[in-house]
Design a protein around this ligand. Structure first.
Ligand SMILES: [Zn+2]
Length: 134
């Protein structure tokens, strides 16, 4: 994810700690899913000050987002996180379009639309070429 988008999330929501920088390593396309979920969690925590949650890591595994946090999130927080994670199964991780699907080629499982998958292949090929020419 672009640094500016990561910073927007960190600036908007107190569930991102100022002290321990959360590691966000997913594509820009999932920004809206994360933004929506964080808004719900933050609003809930603002009303329930006995619950403390800090985001630790947001990553991708098998084409689905994984959202890890420290603290004792209750049932509601768990449900929001699960909803976000499930939502990423149909959202292109690269462009955010809602017709992403799991694409598995050569052991590489990603949720992307066809256009982004093709673009990604072209970019990967180009970066291998750059590497080979060095
Ligand atoms: Zn896409």
């Amino acid at each position: 994810m672009k640094q500016e988008l990561k910073q927007q999330l960190k600036d908007k929501y107190k569930i991102f700690s100022d002290i321990h920088d959360a590691n966000i390593s997913v594509g820009d396309g999932w920004y809206d899913v994360i933004d929506g979920g964080c808004l719900l969690i933050q609003e809930y925590l603002d009303k329930n000050t006995d619950i403390a949650v800090k985001v630790v890591q947001i990553k991708e595994k098998f084409g689905e987002m994984r959202f890890y946090y420290d603290g004792h999130g209750d049932h509601y927080v768990k449900e929001i996180v699960e909803m976000m994670e499930k939502a990423t199964n149909t959202v292109c991780e690269r462009c955010g379009i809602h017709c992403g699907k799991k694409i598995n080629k050569v052991g590489w499982l990603k949720t992307m639309c066809n256009t982004c998958y093709d673009l990604n292949l072209v970019e990967r090929a180009a970066s291998f070429k750059d590497y080979a020419n060095k």
